[in-house]
Write a protein that binds this ligand. Structure first.
Ligand code: DGJ
Length: 719
């Protein structure tokens, strides 16, 4: 059992693989974070419930003579507003008399036999060694009861949390803040790592020293966003990829969120993450319950790479559905954009035959009058001008050429110029007395309404039921504005999960690739439904180094999609070697974003070699540990590797960015191998010991030009 209640000290002890988390019940009243860090045994954990008097820190009413007792100075698990703690609360609830004060006191605890599901939202599956605890707190005056849930994955460095708020009183309450987790650390000696970006530049790594006051990441776009991923890490000052303590936190949610850190007057650090409280208010009537999404907390005593591996293994094992086939695709977006017809597509599909490509994905532009991005979203009927023989004909051509058939949808959107809008203008999100606000000329369907969700499910089913579709690309190309009320964003997200639940249950074998103008909705909740996500609309291999490297901080390569596109690259104009483009794309779920007809014979041969290699590589990737070896953020090159879990097989990818005339001796040190094994460099037929590759390294060749990419494949050989 990884969770124990030490009754003589009133302390809960939660033990993961390398961490301990201690929660104390102070004076049978308040729930305190006593410790979160490296795994420990402790004689008397109640010693950690230290209180000291501090000026201007008020005491609860029964502690008139105990000035040392103040919620303002204690390290808390579920801080509230108005009862002495001036730091950020994790819960704010307005009562009918206008008070937002809550005095949440310990009521009870329960060990749960199963990890609880969260109503209407996706959450992680338990593994064979997961224990769950519920602690209940209550404010007697308002009747607010809060259940705090803790799930300890005892063989991993993972703790997940969420909470339930119950109105046991008679009044109407309004929740304006409800964080999925809050905990206090005893010092502030951390840097904050966050994943920042924009469209075509997602999840770049930014590290800043923690300062006093509040540091915050958030999204106010009703989506997890390109700009700030719902992830943050607190890193000890000496952290690098392989050393030092890191606390990583990721929210399983796709809407407005916030991650907040406050360093207070005593230099302690409060950490919180949950649904965004910006423009949020949720009425809670008597007997109603509100649940928050799940937050995943990972502790690493051994640097960033170990933290990432913990997230990767957890998401591979307990989040991403396993039964899907991840095919090598060719997608026509960059090959044709909107400008295609049956003849063009036929040639494109035929030219993919024999190259090892497994699925053709028909992107935007196949429906209604969609010849540019100004119309037709919502009308999911074929564009007969372009495809007079319907999608059936395209599916047929795919079949003849032994390719699966995939189709693009942007189900959550509506164009003003569409039959759907003519018949149901009320389906679009808007403020009734104001004109529409456009983004990419389109509007968003109001998924907070059940009839709109049901329309989407039916519209997709009507297409999919009549075609042999094996793959869907689910796009989302604008953020949400004009939210008429403070519940809309959360209700929208719940509606989205309702739709995705329905579609994935109805079509369990159709692989859905998630997309939001690239990686604008790359979060664990979307990954639950769409087990691979188009990582970015930027297909330039060099820019992708930064994007995929940053994404790998949390999300496994098995969840990313990477495609080889033509050069000059459509986003940057850069010309990179075909081989390099392949190496970068193959480190994600692999495919092509081009018309194979435009490739030279030599390039077509390279495609055949790449797809053959990838068919083997993907088996390794899906059962491997990922190592970041050189960061593009720190130098002029980038390197990473996949080491199979049994350490018998290794792929190493290396990309040099700009070349130099100097003929340097550059040894790349590998990680995670078996010191004693002998590894054969398959292409060059050279043998190395594991200890040699990790300590002497691999001598890189002289680079012939800029953007040179090299891929090594090692296999264990027996002497
Ligand atoms: C944005 C996506 O990221 C692209 O790959 C493509 O599908 C376009 N939308 C189509 O409109």
């Amino acid at each position: 059992m990884s969770i124990t209640f030490i009754s003589e000290h009133n302390v809960f002890k939660l033990d993961g693989k390398d961490y301990t988390y201690l929660i104390g019940v102070y004076d049978n009243r308040y729930l305190l974070t006593l410790y979160y860090g490296k795994k420990i045994e402790i004689v008397d954990p109640s010693r950690l419930m230290v209180t000291r008097e501090l000026g201007f820190s008020p005491s609860p009413h029964e502690d008139f003579y105990r000035r040392d007792r103040s919620l303002d100075t204690m390290l808390q698990e579920c801080p509230t507003f108005g009862y002495g703690d001036f730091r950020i609360p994790s819960i704010m609830i307005e009562q009918e008399n206008g008070s937002r004060c809550l005095d949440l006191r310990y009521k009870s605890y329960e060990f749960l036999s199963d990890k609880p599901l969260i109503s209407q939202m996706p959450s992680l599956k338990e593994d064979d060694h997961c224990d769950s605890l519920k602690i209940t707190l209550k404010d007697e005056v308002s009747g607010v009861e809060v259940d705090l849930f803790y799930n300890v994955y005892q063989n991993r460095n993972v703790l997940t949390r969420h909470l339930k708020i119950r109105n046991t009183g008679k009044e109407k309450l309004i929740i304006s803040k409800a964080m999925s987790c809050s905990f206090d650390l005893r010092d502030n000696q951390f840097d904050l790592l966050q994943l920042i970006g924009t469209h075509c530049e997602e999840r770049h790594i930014e590290v800043t020293p923690l300062r006093h006051g509040i540091s915050k990441i958030e999204s106010r776009r009703c989506t997890s966003s390109h700009m700030l991923n719902p992830f943050m890490a607190l890193c000890r000052k000496d952290v690098n990829e392989y050393n030092g303590e890191v606390y990583g936190i990721n929210l399983v949610y796709s809407g407005n969120y916030e991650g907040t850190i406050e360093v207070d007057q005593r230099h302690t650090t409060r950490v919180q993450m949950g649904i965004g409280s910006f423009d949020f208010a949720w009425p809670l009537m008597a007997n109603e319950v509100f649940e928050t999404p799940e937050v995943v907390m990972v502790y690493s005593p051994n640097g960033l790479n170990a933290m990432s591996q913990t997230f990767h293994d957890l998401y591979n094992d307990c989040l991403l559905k396993k039964h899907y086939h991840h095919p090598i695709v060719v997608n026509n977006w960059e090959a044709t954009y909107f400008d295609f017809n049956e003849e063009k597509l036929t040639k494109l599909i035929e030219s993919a035959k024999g190259l090892g490509i497994e699925t053709f994905v028909l992107d935007d532009g196949w429906f209604a009058k969609r010849n540019n991005d100004e119309s037709s979203l919502g009308d999911w009927v074929v564009n007969t001008q372009k495809l007079p023989n319907g999608l059936e004909k395209i599916a047929d051509i795919c079949k003849k050429n032994k390719l699966g058939f995939g189709l693009w949808f942007e189900p959550e959107m509506i164009s003003e110029e569409s039959s759907l809008y003519k018949n149901h203008p009320e389906y679009a999100i808007r403020i009734s007395n104001r004109p529409h606000l456009y983004s990419r000329c389109q509007l968003v369907l109001d998924l907070s309404k059940k009839e709109v969700c049901d329309y989407i499910i039916k519209a997709i089913s009507d297409v999919v039921d009549n075609l042999p579709i094996t793959y869907i690309k689910w796009d989302f190309n604008r953020n949400i504005t004009e939210t008429q009320n403070k519940q809309l964003c959360h209700k929208y997200v719940l509606g989205l999960y309702y739709v995705l639940d329905a579609i994935t249950s109805k079509y369990p074998n159709i692989m859905i690739e998630g997309c939001s103008g690239g990686g604008g909705r790359f979060d664990p909740a979307m990954l639950y439904y769409t087990p691979q996500i188009w990582t970015s609309d930027d297909t330039d291999a060099i820019e992708r180094l930064y994007i995929q490297y940053g994404t790998s901080i949390v999300y496994p390569p098995t969840s990313m999609v990477g495609h080889v596109s033509v050069t000059p690259n459509h986003q940057t104009g850069r010309v990179t070697p075909f081989k390099t483009r392949g190496i970068v794309a193959m480190s994600a779920n692999f495919g092509y974003e081009l018309n194979p007809q435009v490739l030279s014979e030599a390039e077509q041969e390279m495609v055949k070699a790449q797809t053959k290699e990838y068919q083997h590589l993907r088996k390794v990737i899906y059962n491997s540990s990922f190592y970041r070896l050189r960061s593009p953020y720190k130098g002029n090159d980038c390197a990473w590797s996949f080491v199979s879990k049994n350490k018998k097989e290794v792929y190493v990818m290396y990309v040099r960015i700009l070349n130099a005339a100097t003929n340097e001796f550059d040894y790349l040190l590998l990680k995670g191998l078996d010191e004693k094994k002998i590894y054969l460099d398959v292409a060059n037929n050279v043998k190395y010991t594991g200890s040699e590759l990790m300590n002497v390294g691999l001598l890189l060749p002289r680079h012939p030009y800029d953007f040179n990419g090299i891929m090594y494949h090692f296999k264990e050989v027996r002497e």
